[in-house]
Structures are given as C-alpha cells and as structure tokens.
Design a protein around this ligand. Structure first.
Ligand code: NAD
Length: 476
C-alpha cells in the first residue's frame, strides 16, 4: 500500500514553487476508490509565471546547438528511465492501466527520445535552395502542451521532446483528472539538470489555467490532446493572438474487414484492439465494418473474444483491462449503452452495469452491438469505453462510405489477405492514420487526424516540424 502523494508545488523556471492557485483536487483509484493523493492546481496567475519563465529561457535555448539539444534530450531520457518503473506503478493506480499497457507507455516514451535524437542529428535546419534563397527552420517559440488523462506521460513527452528538439521551451499542463503523474514526470525532469524554464509543469483546470495559457500573448503555440470540445475551446481562446494550434482530438475508428481477410484471426484481434484500456484510446477501432453475408460468423467470433476478456483490477496479471477512469466516464459510457439498447440496437454481449464479479469500481462490461444502424449514436459518437459496434456492408464502396460517415478522421484499419485491395481501400478512407493488418507501432510514423480529429501531426519528422517556423533569407 503506497502512502498518498501530496503535490503542493508547481515546476516553474527550474524550481518547485508554491502555487498562487488554492484549488486542491483529491485523486482516487478508479478501481477501488482508495485515496492516491492530492494535488494543488495552478490558476491563471501561475500560468503567467510559467509563461514568463519559458519566455526567458527561450532567448538562449532557441540559439542552442544541435549538440546541446542532443545532450539535453539524453539527460531527459536518462531521468525518465530512472523513474519509469515508479511511473508505471503509478499509472496503474491513477489511470487503471494494466502493467502491460503501462510498460507500453514507457516504451513509447523511450521511442520518442530515440527517434527525435536520430532525426535531430540529420535534420536540415538550413538549406540553400535552387533559385538563390535560403530556407532556415527556426523554433516557433514558447509552446504549451495541454494533455488528456488516458495516456498522460506519453502525451506529455511526445509533445515536449520534439518541441525541445526544435529549440522551443515548454509548459506542460496535464489533465486535472490525472494530475499526479504529471508531478512525477516533473520530478524526473527536475533531476535532469535542464536549463531553468526549458521544461515547466503547471497542473490546473482547463477552464482557468488552460484558458489563460491558450490566450496568453507570449505563448507562440498550443498543442492539445483532448476532446473536440476542449480542442475547440483552446482554438477559440488562441485565435485573437494568431498562435499556432495543434490538435489531437477524438476518434471513431473504422475497421474494415475485406472478404478475403482471415476472419478467425483478425476478429479476435479487432475486439482486443477496441477494448484495450477499457476502450479509452482515441485510435481504438470501435466500428467493425464487415460483409453483410458474413455477419453471423463475425458476431460469433467477436462475442467469443469479448467474453474471453478478463475485466479486473489493473494489478492482477490475468486482467485484460481495468476500470474506466472516473464516475463521469462510467456514467457517460453507461448512458450511451442505455441509449443504444433503448433505440433498438441489437446487443450481442455485455451491456449495462458492472461485470457480475466486480460490484464496485468503475468497471464496464465488454459490450458489442450488431448489426448497428450507421446513424445510431453508438455508431457515430466517441464512447471511450469497451464498446464495439459491428456494421455491415454489401460491397466495398459501401464499406468505404460507412467508414467515412463520421465527423472524425483519426485512425482507421483495414484487414485483408490481399495487399493490393487493402491498399486501395486505405487510399479511400478519410483518416490521418490507416493501418493494414495491425502492424507494430513506430515512433517514426506521423499520427494525427482529419476533420474533427484535429490538425497537425505528432511523431517523427512531421512531429518536429510542427514546432518549427520557416524563414526565407533572400539577398540581391
Ligand atoms: P478534455 O478535452 O476534457 O481535456 C483535455 C485537456 O484539455 C485537459 O488538460 C483539460 O484541462 C484541457 N482543457 C479542457 N477544456 C479546456 C479549455 N476550455 N481551455 C484550455 N484547456 C482545456 O479531454 P479528456 O477527457 O481529458 O480526454 C479524452 C479525449 O481526448 C477523447 O476525446 C480522446 O479521443 C482524446 N484523445 C485524443 C488523442 C489523440 O492523439 N488524438 C489521444 C488521447 C486522447
């Protein structure tokens, strides 16, 4: 049993400072309600202090050499590594991640450091162009990284690492629903002997601290990961100062099963991919789009896979996925399941309430509806819970039409034994990230959304370039 944490300070200008904000949030385990700790949230005045520190640090950091940046990234990576096991344990408690998922988050963080170091060493920051001018890529300035709670450390680092590599200074504002992991990450960064003000972390609510950071005239760029509503509010607050806004928002991932796919192999994988982290993943393949004449086969395979998942405490090695994040998430997921049942969408397995063996905690049942009407709320809204919709198509044109009948456009999936037909379908799906037959993740490939899933890309060279301005130097 770990003693509750008490985070009463913010990391600003290379030091732990007492916040001006007086709002204290209590953080409880989503699995059993145990008190995990308390965090004092910063307010608009704390936001201003962080911006001032980052602005001051930008003057020298923007002029840093590639060697200095590589050295800083190496120190950050080493500091992260020291704390990674403790962070993984903590993510299991604060977010309800299983150990495998928490370790996967650390793996992704390491990959961001390694990928960015490799890119930085060869990136052409200055190029003589045909036509007699020069292009110089310069850091955009002070960057604010606003993150959600579902993969918090990965989100903070996948923004901070390329921003710092680009020569920017950073203020991270984690989700107020998971403030403790941000504080732990800042503890690691405090050990990295970074230039003061290069990396700042201010816990705070979106409505005050977040809004102030988004609107601040001395902030040059906001990168937000969150809901469509959060992304829109940040963009609106940022608009008067014409700052760059990078948005990583929600999704409703289509997963098209082409007729020649190996259904017995890919349907169970599709169910697991949809329901990992209790479905609280922006890129989750939540709409399984299958040939109408194969619906019964798919339904049987999917139900068997869902019923084979073990919902339980995050620290039990047998657990496939743990609880939903909090009461609001639980109520939202239950509300969408109820609406689907009341609206006549056929429930194949799962449904309302907790699994029978878990009377407390925010646990939800692995739930599958099908065949679902493409315009039903359960098929169009992001549930962010362990809920899969099976939709049917009569021909490939209709499959693509259903896949694209969404306001979102983040991740999409195609399953096929024929690379050419899978590639042809991938070309027609309106999404920023299309994966064929569940390939392994790579930090080199850009990730981001079309339409209401966002603007801009993270990871790889594209992720670095989000944080760069382009300067033309032309002489007579
Ligand atoms: P949210 O929008 O409620 O909050 C996200 C962050 O934005 C938090 O730090 C919050 O404080 C801040 N925020 C909210 N309103 C704000 C405002 N008015 N001004 C400034 N800041 C504000 O989202 P959430 O519930 O934390 O996260 C879940 C959502 O995130 C889901 O929609 C999910 O799909 C999405 N998400 C997207 C990605 C991606 O890479 N595209 C990754 C993970 C999660």
């Amino acid at each position: 049993m770990n003693a509750p944490l008490y985070q009463d300070r913010l990391f600003i200008g290379g030091a732990w400072v007492n916040p001006h904000g007086r709002d204290i949030v209590e953080v409880r385990s989503p699995a059993d309600g145990t008190l995990l700790g308390r965090a004092v949230l910063g307010d608009a005045i704390d936001a201003d202090r962080a911006v001032a520190a980052a602005r001051q640090a930008f003057t020298s950091w923007s002029q840093s050499s590639i060697a200095e940046r590589l050295d800083v990234l190496a120190r950050m990576r080493a500091a992260f590594e020291t704390l990674a096991p403790a962070l993984e344990d903590h993510l299991m408690r604060e977010i309800g991640l299983t150990r495998m998922v928490a370790q996967g988050q650390s793996m992704m963080c390491r990959a961001h450091f390694d990928s960015m170091a490799e890119i930085l060493a060869r990136y052409p920051f200055a190029q003589k162009m045909p036509g007699g001018f020069e292009i110089v890529r310069e850091p955009i300035g002070v960057v604010v990284a606003i993150t959600s709670w579902n993969a918090p450390v990965n989100q903070m680092l996948c923004k901070a690492v390329p921003a710092i590599a680009a020569g920017c200074t950073v203020i991270v504002k984690p989700s107020e629903h998971a403030p403790l992991c941000g504080g732990l990450l800042a503890e690691a960064m405090a050990q990295a002997d970074l230039p003061p003000g290069l990396f700042n972390l201010v816990n705070g609510r979106g409505a005050d601290c977040g809004q102030r950071l988004a609107a601040h005239p001395d902030v040059d760029m906001i990168s937000i990961t969150g809901s469509v509503a959060g992304g829109a509010a940040v963009a609106a607050a940022a608009a008067p100062t014409i700052k760059r806004v990078h948005q990583e928002l929600g999704g409703k991932g289509a997963n098209i099963l082409l007729p020649e796919a190996d259904f017995a192999a890919v349907v169970p994988r599709s169910v697991v991919a949809c329901m990992m982290v209790a479905g609280q993943v922006c890129a989750a393949p939540t709409r399984l789009i299958v040939p109408a004449d194969r619906f019964e086969d798919v339904a049987a395979l999917a139900v068997a896979a869902a019923q084979g998942l073990v919902v339980g405490p995050p620290d039990d090695p047998a657990t496939s996925f743990g609880p939903l994040m909090n009461a609001a998430q639980f109520d939202r997921v239950q509300g969408l399941i109820r609406q689907a049942i009341d609206g006549g969408q056929p429930l194949l397995t799962g449904g309302l309430g907790r699994p029978d063996n878990l009377p407390t905690g925010y646990y939800a049942r692995p739930t599958i509806f099908g065949p679902v009407a493409p315009d039903a709320a359960i098929a169009t809204q992001e549930v962010f819970g362990p809920v899969l919709c099976i939709l049917t198509y009569r021909n490939v044109d209709e499959a693509v039409e259903i896949a694209n009948a969404t306001d979102f456009g983040l991740a999409a999936y195609v399953q096929s034994a024929d690379p050419a037909s899978a590639r042809a379908v991938a070309a027609r799906v309106r999404a920023g990230y299309v994966s064929i037959n569940f390939p392994p993740w790579t930090a080199a490939a850009p990730f981001g959304g079309y339409r209401r899933s966002g603007n801009g890309r993270q990871y790889g060279v594209w992720g670095l370039e989000e944080f760069l301005e382009t300067k033309t130097i032309i002489a007579s």
